[in-house]
Design a binder for this molecule. Structure first.
Ligand SMILES: Cc1cc2nc3c(=O)[nH]c(=O)nc-3n(C[C@H](O)[C@H](O)[C@H](O)COP(=O)(O)OP(=O)(O)OC[C@H]3O[C@@H](n4cnc5c(N)ncnc54)[C@H](O)[C@@H]3O)c2cc1C
Length: 442
């Protein structure tokens, strides 16, 4: 039987009665305004936002909290943009993340090689440049938080949110959607009915496949190798992005003289690197990090993620909407995937909260169209920019390398261009949903 949290009354499905054929008799129907498949970082943030706006929500995830918060599950840390922090604060999630959050005060971008180190031409963003942008002059550029701590914070905030029921671990066996609503049959035998179905179930989305929504994209034939290091000298809150011949190599500051590495490597080579002994792996890490942090030690495990990009042709279908990685996936070159998903969540929460306040159907076509109009073109533009950057900075041609170096130093010398990039990194560009400015909708 799955775990059930949140403010809804815990509902027991009762003992299942297996038929001779193996078909189970459903003993309970769980009804709510919204059903969500996928309780990852975006799914739980969306559920908390909808619950706090007064809607009843049922979330189904195939994995439970003990599994997804175990240290070995996900070794990544995410750069959380300034606007996303405002949203997480407004939803009562950030207070549980803040003790684990490392402010990013500067970002240094350089082009180089492993043997020769960074080139002379580089780009430097400083949080003090925010003075030029005219807002929050002392605020950092963003924060680094280990995904594990974000998940723990989300589960805590979920416990404090009325109206949200989480069923996990469980699987979705069937989905039925028609003009009156949606119904899910779960592996446990429970049936979930709602006016609206949200697919927040990641890149291989079952909901997207069920809705018949195609997506376009490509594989970068790169793997993101992730690990954490402890180092001797203080990182001073500086994030480093080095563009190496095989792909971007990021050193991202964490609390307590630690850093998270995201090392994009050609897929074939990454397999070999993942198979290295601890000593040999650490030696490769040291070669790439350099000596500016003093002595460096790899702590904990290593993880690898195939890197690709995709955008769904539609973010909505009949009584269905896609949010987060199920709608789009991008390369982690600029640490924007989760931020983009939270932006979807903020827009959808605002649109649905307004419909709820006016007594409108949350799964109505007009409501869903508002969400799609708000989010899809923004996403297509950002995914295109990230794709271009990834291709440009993963190419080892000598002339491109020179052009890139010149490009970086040109941006470095033109304050309005720097402000443009900083505003994008902070997530403060475009028509912002209220939550991204720290306001709660409706
Ligand atoms: C190496 C790397 C570094 C990154 N760094 C950053 C960064 O610094 N900043 C940033 O903003 N982004 C970053 N990202 C991107 C970010 O991690 C993702 O965009 C984000 O995790 C997507 O969250 P999600 O909740 O949409 O999907 P997921 O994290 O994939 O969650 C999906 C959830 O759905 C559940 N699920 C899936 N299928 C089913 C099913 N059929 N039934 C029930 N449950 C199901 C899963 O168990 C999971 O809990 C990085 C990505 C990578 C690979």
């Amino acid at each position: 039987m799955g775990q059930i949290c949140g403010g809804l009354q815990a509902v027991s499905a009762g003992p299942e009665t297996p038929k001779a054929s193996g078909v189970r008799i459903m003993s309970k129907v769980l009804q709510s305004d919204v059903a969500i498949v996928g309780g990852g970082m975006v799914g739980l943030s969306t559920a908390i936002g909808l619950g706090r706006a007064g809607m009843s929500v049922t979330v189904v995830d195939r994995l439970d909290a003990p599994e997804t918060t175990a240290p070995a599950f996900d070794g990544r840390a995410s750069a959380i943009a300034y606007a996303s922090v405002r949203m997480l604060e407004a939803l009562g999630i950030w207070q549980h993340m803040a003790p684990h959050a490392q402010p990013i005060l500067e970002i240094r971008v350089s082009d180089g090689t492993v043997s020769r180190g960074p080139g002379l031409l580089h780009l430097h963003f400083d949080h003090r440049d925010m003075k030029m942008a005219g807002s929050d002059p002392d605020g950092p550029l963003g924060h680094m938080v280990e995904n594990r701590f974000t998940r723990i914070a989300l589960f805590k905030a979920l416990d404090e949110t009325p109206n949200v029921r989480l069923i996990a671990p469980d699987t979705v066996e069937t989905i039925h959607t028609d003009k009156t609503g949606t119904a899910l049959t779960l592996g446990s035998g429970q049936r979930v009915e709602a006016a609206l179905l949200l697919g927040i179930d990641g890149r291989q989305s079952q909901v997207r496949a069920h809705a018949g929504i195609p997506s376009s994209g490509c594989s970068y034939k790169q793997t993101g190798i992730v690990c954490a290091i402890a180092h001797e000298c203080d990182h001073l809150g500086i994030a480093h992005e080095k563009f190496l011949p095989s792909g971007p190599f990021a050193i991202l500051p964490l609390k307590d003289r630690r850093a998270s590495l995201v090392w994009s490597e050609k897929a074939r080579l990454a397999e070999t690197i993942m198979g290295l002994s601890e000593r040999a792996f650490e030696a490769e890490v040291r070669r790439r990090v350099g000596d500016f942090l003093g002595d460096v030690r790899v702590t904990g495990g290593r993880w690898s993620y195939p890197l690709s990009m995709h955008v769904a042709h539609d973010f909505i279908a009949e009584r269905t909407a896609l949010v987060g990685d199920s709608a789009h996936g991008i390369h982690p070159i600029a640490g924007q995937g989760l931020n983009l998903g939270l932006r979807d969540a903020a827009a959808l929460i605002e649109v649905l909260a307004e419909a709820h306040r006016l007594g409108l159907d949350p799964g109505g076509a007009e409501t869903l169209k508002r969400y799609q109009t708000w989010r899809r073109s923004d996403t297509v533009v950002l995914a295109g920019i990230m794709d271009g950057l990834t291709r440009l900075f993963s190419n080892d041609s000598k002339s491109l390398r020179l052009a890139r170096g010149i490009g970086l130093s040109v941006v470095d010398r033109i304050p309005p261009l720097k402000r443009f990039f900083i505003s994008h990194a902070r997530g403060t560009v475009g028509t912002l949903p209220k939550l991204l400015t720290g306001e709660t909708p409706a």
